[in-house]
Design a protein around this ligand. Structure first.
Ligand code: FNR
Length: 180
């Protein structure tokens, strides 16, 4: 059975570096891996009041995560943590209580930043959240990526970073196969 990878990008900015990086990274997955970029920019703000009557966008999110073999989070760092839009999406799909669609899905975390620490602190915060959500998360392959010219060229990972990013992509796919 071929894998279906959900990619959740934590930036909804039109020209997001994380989105550009994610689109280039998934090209390094084996050809039979299906990739689904998960839409999070149209989700309402999470309120527990709506657990019993979720918006159609929330139902769509839950169904797409349910169908995934694994989840790749590609996140910017905002004020040393993850952006609110990403946390909002995570919270939506974690509820109602006992019905989280994240549980058991193998995951990996990566991120791109213009800052020197390349989203290290945001990734660490996200790992805390994923641990609580019972998502087995790839370790030993940290990728704190500093955005610079040539990182992504014509939609592909640039030559200087290709081997490193390929190693991360391959380790994630192996992790999903082992864990899913
Ligand atoms: C940032 N940025 C940022 N960078 C960083 O390395 N550490 C940080 O804590 C922050 N904090 C932060 C807060 C807010 C509100 C914004 C808008 C930005 C800069 C960030 O790395 C840069 O804007 C990236 O380009 C954001 O990622 P996308 O949208 O290009 O994917």
């Amino acid at each position: 059975m071929s894998l279906n990878i959900a990619v959740v990008v934590g930036s909804i900015r039109k020209d997001s570096f994380n989105k550009q990086f994610a689109e280039a990274l998934v090209k390094l997955f084996p050809g039979d891996v299906k990739v689904n970029f998960i839409r999070i920019d149209d989700l309402p703000l999470y309120s527990q009041d709506d657990d019993g009557s979720p918006a159609p966008e929330v139902t769509r999110l839950r169904e797409e995560i349910k169908a995934a073999s694994g989840v790749l989070f590609v996140t910017p760092e905002y004020n040393r943590s993850i952006p609110g839009v990403l946390k909002n999406a995570i919270d939506h799909a974690s509820r109602p209580w006992g019905k989280s669609v994240w549980a058991g899905k193998p995951a990996a975390v990566v991120g791109v930043s213009v800052g020197a620490i390349g989203t290290a602190l945001a990734q660490q915060h996200l790992r805390n959240v994923l641990a609580y959500l019972a998502m087995p998360t790839l370790s030993g392959h940290e990728a704190f990526i500093h955005w610079k010219d040539g990182l992504v060229e014509n939609g592909e990972i640039g030559a200087n970073s290709k081997e490193f990013v390929q190693g991360f992509a391959s380790a994630f796919i192996d992790w999903v196969k082992k864990t899913a």
